[in-house]
Design a protein around this ligand. Structure first.
Ligand code: G1P
Length: 292
């Protein structure tokens, strides 16, 4: 079973990233030299995804434009013989990958956003990647690739998790597992709950924002009532799925950066900056010069 389609919900207004997100989609804020969303799309493509489905909003057209060709710019760069730059902008997406978008007409929650892509998904199993979170691999094989491998072998939906401090459990989906899996391993979960109050959570393993789900989840989402925050929660549909079939928590190996928050974003710029193939060394030197 290969996973070809990935849903990226990008309709959210990004209030945690104001004032920047007043007129720029938060997904288009640059991490070093490219928009945050490009890292997420690249993560999906490297894991074998061929169709990216953006669930979007009227204010987010610049995301679609970024993944489209820009004929005027390409012609100008060609005339000026700026072939390096031309290559950079035309190679953002490999040719076999397509990006399509559907609208989320009302902000009714993450579960509702995923449901908006139902017709495009059809009967296929699929991935969901939340673009606020960047996932940086520790090794050559990414966590998303490993999740897809586990999905193919175990035939269980996979939910990526990482441990968070006790006092932060109320910001995430939290899974219930008999014993926490080792990094890079999957284990069948007993339950999953959205944003439990501190002191009531079944564990400290939080849902990171990477999911491999069966097409069946769409039917469950259609019948999912509003939950935490008065929104239709993907977490609640996963809890319903888990009553019908085994669902795994996959414990990630890599590192996450929450680019929906300002500090998480700054941290991402530092980490991706020092590893940038062209800018990394000079950027490190700049950091060392800082009067801290
Ligand atoms: C969403 C999910 C939550 C998950 C989180 C990861 O919440 O509902 O389960 O832990 O993303 O970032 P949100 O951050 O949209 O409130």
């Amino acid at each position: 079973m290969t996973i070809r389609k990935a849903i990226l919900p990008v309709a959210g207004l990004g209030t945690r990233f104001l004032p920047a997100s007043k007129s720029i989609p938060k997904e288009m804020v640059t991490v070093v030299d490219r928009p945050a969303i490009e890292y997420v799309v690249r993560e999906a493509v490297e894991a074998g995804i061929e169709q990216i489905i953006l669930v979007t909003h009227s204010s987010k057209a610049s995301i679609e434009n970024y993944f489209d060709r820009n004929f005027e710019l390409e012609t100008t760069l060609e005339q000026k013989k700026k072939f390096d730059l031309l290559k950079e902008i035309t190679e953002i997406l490999p040719e076999h990958v397509s990006v399509i978008s559907v609208r989320q007409p009302q902000p009714l929650g993450l579960g509702h956003a995923v449901l908006c892509a139902k017709e495009v998904i059809g009967q296929e199993d699929f991935a969901v990647l939340l673009p606020d979170v960047l996932v940086k691999s520790k090794e050559n094989t990414s966590d998303l690739t490993l999740m897809i491998d586990h999905f193919s072998q175990r035939k269980h939906a996979q939910i990526m998790v990482e441990a968070v401090p006790d006092h932060m459990v109320d910001q995430y989906g939290i899974v219930d597992v008999a014993a926490a899996p080792a990094e890079g391993e999957s284990v069948v979960m007993q339950g999953i709950v959205e944003k439990p109050a501190v002191g009531t959570a079944p564990s400290t393993l939080s849902v990171v924002g990477r999911y491999i789900l069966p097409a069946r989840i769409m039917e469950l989402l259609e019948n999912t009532p509003k939950g935490a925050g008065n929104e239709i929660q993907l977490t609640d549909a996963i809890a319903a799925l888990q009553l019908e079939q085994s669902v795994d928590a996959y414990r990630m190996k890599g590192q996450t950066f929450d680019c929906g928050s300002k500090l998480g974003y700054l941290k991402a710029v530092l980490h991706y900056g020092i590893e940038h193939p062209k800018l990394g060394n000079e950027f490190k030197a700049l950091i060392q010069e800082l009067p801290l």
